[in-house]
Write a protein that binds this ligand. Structure first.
Ligand code: FES
Ligand code: FES
Length: 935
């Protein structure tokens, strides 16, 4: 049918099918600012203005928009003439991955068109239909308030992060490091440029689709694809009978991978609802869907097991036959790890108080707003090109090469700008099967997960049961602790071993305890597989540890903050558990003897104590229906996996004096550009960051704390380039190299003679006949210097409904040298907001047959702008000697402590402790009633 639409001021006559969504039509017409984050009108990424009102275009038929006036973010402003809203989003640091940004901008535009003087609450309401996983909404709300003032013609104060001295890092005057430069991609993202995988178009592209298992455990008895293959428009149907059987692990982790090799591209056995059964490539998504319906599968249903405690019993259903890397297949134990320091049993015997508890943490999803998406095609050299939303392009190439039968040199993985990951995109989830469809059809293929598929077939954070026991002297000195951990890895063990390792290593050593025991197992069950998740399972450990420390303080009659101060890890202490783990593992020797060189915990806790008004508010809960309490938790998080993560960076000087900076996995590239610009004596505008691509980029393990790992490689490469620049300039100026400085792209001698970097480049090439001035440097992690955080919340609990309301949430984070205060603050806010959802509402819920019930963004709720309280962030600068300019990675530490801080605040409010996350109203109410019944 033909439809007339006025889009961005232009009348267009479009041919649409009756059932087509407005989102699909707009994207097809090139309005790529309209993003696809779900299909149910819940995320807001596809927001457009329809006659001035924000509408989710994914649930609106194009036909319904006939005669309407539509506006997309492309209309707001261009890079040369940004709308005040776009400008405010760029300047305030409101744009991180930017996938949600166009939709948010339109919602804000609609608000300001109607209400030029909105209150903050009205702004939050207006943005509540636009989910953002990165920012915690603090800066987007601030951006809208700023833009409103600009539009009203009022002066606005310059935007800066709240808590650091700009431009001064560790007492050194720095020009670029330490400044709140805006995200290097912010303008592209604010103007809706095509920079995500979903924006890529290829001629003759086919559409891939996956048939997934409706059963949690079954063997495929027969599979008949003849009707599907015969359907006109279908070009390939693949089952386990069509692909090589190559055992592998999909985790994008450093080689060699110690996790089990328990997966196959397609298999005759399915182990969770959502496991792959078959793949189709067809001319249109509709034909591909139709073909899936024509595949006939008969299953032999196998018994299932969902509880890891049941799964380790000898008579439990078994998920895997023995395979490479499985610790004990007969007991469903995918991985096992243990380490001990001192004499734990004697420590408990010598303790005056021993407290023991079991803490349960739910399975959760990362929920980046951009779903997994891959596009594959053959290039003109018969090489397979993979455009993927992955975090780890180098690992994707290594992992898929044997699966698709091509040597790595015939595979090129390109990683365009990513729409969030939080660990989810560290795994190969679609790349192998999409590539196989291209190989089968000789056509480009696009394969993407829907939001529902993302929940059922993507990756998630492990559910864990933590049994923690601690022993203290009467004066509050910690003597012994022991953590036994059972992790539910689901059907496959892709991150089983490394996740276990992290869960203990990152948490137990927070307190300098002489006797520590850590025993952990990852157990197979028939749930969707768990993978990398924000904090990499440190958060469950902190939930247990920090809940228990509060409990101990109460029983000993010691202030909970004083108890922490008495026992916490300090600079100069050795990370003893790292040493013990290194002793029982091969390949981790780098951690032996690691000493903590920087620790800002004292300053962080001091800030939280003051800002939370701890002394006045702790233990002051009243007896009414609404009870208030405050809680605090500490956290630490290693900047990197020791001895396994590495990065390389290449920098080359161009003939105009700019520099190309090539880094393997370039998330966090603003900070890397700042590091390079600082060393090279240029501005941010002189640093060019090409898209990550395995053909051009040096190696990088990806998925790590970027400023620490890649930052070190960038700094080294920049220093080498700087030396070469100086050497050429000294010959040009005939002065000793040691006297030269570089500033604003000009090399200057003490007497004032100077040459530009462009002149240096030309002189080097054309006069000295030297190769291009460039350098590559690498950096491999040694030790894992932690960032630290203290987090505090004030809650109000409704004792009649069980609802917990967060009144205040404070994060004080030791981030080493803060390369970019605004961006760092935004990351902390995002982590803290995510942590609040983890504490209170996020949970993957199943029925008895392991069918996931939370498959959309209403049932699996992540917080919107109107749910989040005011998040306050304080950055504490320390100097980490191993970090670039003293920096550390802070990606996850602000997530880790939020759940125990909330649990401690609820315990303070109610006098009742909860042992299971999330603290849903049902659980809180149940705990209140159980406590009352005991009295
Ligand atoms: S894509 Fe339309 S609301 Fe999510
Ligand atoms: S910036 Fe909002 S989802 Fe990433």
């Amino acid at each position: 049918m033909e439809l007339e639409l006025r889009i961005n001021g232009v009348i267009k006559s479009l041919d649409v099918t009756p059932g087509e969504s407005l989102m699909k039509v707009l994207r097809r017409e090139g309005y790529v600012s309209v993003k696809h984050g779900c299909e149910t009108g819940e995320c807001g990424a596809c927001t457009v203005l329809v006659d001035g009102m924000p509408r989710p275009s994914c649930v609106m038929l194009a036909a319904q928009a006939g005669g309407c006036t539509l506006m997309t973010a492309e209309r707001l402003g261009s890079a040369q003439h940004l709308h005040p809203l776009q400008e405010a989003f760029v300047e305030t640091g409101a744009i991180q991955c930017g996938f949600c940004t166009p939709g948010m901008l339109l919602s804000a535009y609609a608000l300001l068109s109607q209400h030029p003087h909105p209150s903050e609450e009205e702004v939050r309401d207006a943005l509540s239909g636009n989910l953002c996983r990165c920012t915690g909404y603090v800066k987007p709300v601030q951006a809208v308030m700023c833009a409103a003032a600009v539009l009203r013609g009022e002066p606005t104060p310059p935007v800066s992060a709240s808590s650091t001295d700009e431009g001064v890092a560790r007492g050194r005057e720095l020009r670029v490091v330490g400044k709140s430069e805006h995200n290097v991609d912010a303008i592209k993202l604010a103007t809706g440029k095509p920079i995500f995988v979903e924006d890529i178009e290829r001629r003759d592209m086919l559409h891939g689709c996956l048939l997934t298992s409706p059963h949690a455990h079954a063997r495929i008895r027969t599979i008949d694809v003849s009707q599907a293959r015969a359907l006109p428009g279908v070009h390939a149907v693949l089952t386990y009978q069509d692909v090589e059987r190559v055992p592998h692990n999909t985790a994008g982790q450093a080689w060699s991978d110690a996790s089990p090799q328990d997966q196959y591209c397609l298999n005759d056995t399915v182990r969770f609802v959502g496991d792959r059964v078959a793949a189709v490539a067809a001319e249109t998504p509709e034909i591909a869907e139709q073909a899936l319906g024509l595949i006939q599968v008969e299953y032999d249903i196998l018994p299932i097991v969902l509880d890891p405690r049941r799964a380790i019993e000898p008579d439990a259903p078994r998920l895997h036959a023995d395979a490479d890397g499985i610790y004990n297949a007969s007991r469903n134990v995918a991985a096992h790890i243990q380490a001990e320091v001192g004499d734990v049993d004697r420590g408990f015997a010598e303790s005056d108080l021993v407290v023991e508890g079991e803490y349960s943490v739910q399975q959760v999803q990362q929920v980046p707003i951009e779903n997994h998406i891959v596009i594959t095609y053959w290039d003109e050299d018969e090489r397979l090109v993979v455009h993927s939303s992955t975090e780890a392009p180098q690992h994707v190439r290594r992992i898929i090469a044997p699966l698709i039968g091509l040597p790595p040199r015939r595979i090129r993985v390109v990683k365009p700008h990513g729409g969030g990951s939080f660990g989810m995109k560290q795994d190969v989830v679609l790349e192998d099967i999409c590539a196989l469809l291209t190989i089968a059809t000789n056509r480009p293929v696009r394969l993407a997960l829907s939001r529902a598929e993302e929940f059922s077939s993507g990756r998630s954070g492990h559910a864990l049961i933590v049994r923690l026991k601690t022993g203290f002297k009467r004066d509050g000195t910690i003597v012994a602790n022991s953590m036994l951990l059972l992790a539910n890895t689901g059907a496959y063990g892709m991150h089983a071993l490394s996740m276990l390792r992290n869960a203990g290593l990152q948490t137990l050593p927070l307190y300098a305890c002489p006797n520590m025991r850590f025993v952990a197992q990852a157990i197979y069950t028939n749930r969707p597989p768990a993978g990398a998740f924000r904090g990499y399972s440190a958060a469950p450990g902190f939930f247990a540890l920090e809940s228990q420390v509060d409990e101990v303080a109460k029983r000993l009659g010691i202030d909970a903050l004083e108890l922490r101060r008495k026992n916490w890890l300090q600079a100069g202490h050795e990370h003893v558990l790292a040493r013990a783990l290194a002793a029982v593992e091969e390949g981790s020797k780098d951690e032996a003897g690691q000493v903590i060189e920087s620790c800002g915990l004292p300053q962080c806790l001091q800030i939280v104590e003051e800002k939370l008004a701890w002394q006045e508010k702790r233990g002051q809960s009243s007896a009414g229906r609404f009870r208030r309490g405050v809680g605090v938790a500490l956290a630490m998080h290693g900047s990197v996996g020791s001895g396994v993560e590495m990065s390389e960076a290449s920098i080359k000087l161009n003939d105009d004096g700019s520099f190309a900076l090539l880094v393997g996995a370039a998330d966090g590239d603003t900070l890397l550009a700042q590091i390079a610009a600082e060393v090279l004596g240029v501005s941010m505008a002189d640093i060019i960051l090409p898209t990550s691509d395995t053909d051009h980029m040096p190696f990088d393990t990806g998925g790590h704390a970027t400023p620490y790992v890649s930052g070190n490689a960038v700094k080294r490469a920049a220093e080498q380039v700087r030396q070469r620049v100086i050497a050429v300039a000294s010959r040009m100026l005939n002065v000793p190299s040691g006297t030269l400085t570089i500033e604003d792209g000009i090399v200057t001698a003490p007497a004032g003679q100077s040459v530009t970097l462009a002149q240096v480049a030309s002189h080097s090439w054309y006069v000295e006949n030297q190769p291009q001035i460039m350098a590559t440097a690498s950096w491999k992690s040694k030790g894992q210097p932690p960032s630290f955080a203290a987090q505090g919340v004030e809650v109000e609990v409704d004792t009649e409904t069980g609802e917990v309301r967060i009144l205040k949430a404070i994060s004080a984070v030791d981030a080493g040298c803060i390369i970019n205060p605004l961006i760092t603050e935004g990351q902390v806010e995002g982590g803290a907001a995510h942590g609040l959802g983890y504490a209170l509402c996020e949970e993957m819920v199943y029925d008895q047959q392991a069918m996931l019930l939370t498959t959309n963004l209403s049932d699996y709720r992540i917080y919107s702008a109107s749910d989040i309280p005011l998040l306050k962030t304080y950055l504490v600068e320390t100097n980490e000697p191993g970090g670039p300019f003293g920096a550390k990675g802070i990606t996850d530490v602000a997530f880790d402590g939020m759940a125990p801080a909330v649990a401690n605040a609820v315990a303070d409010a109610l006098g009742v402790r909860l042992w299971q996350l999330p603290l849903t109203p049902e659980r809180v109410l149940h705990a209140i009633h159980a406590h009352a019944a005991k009295k």
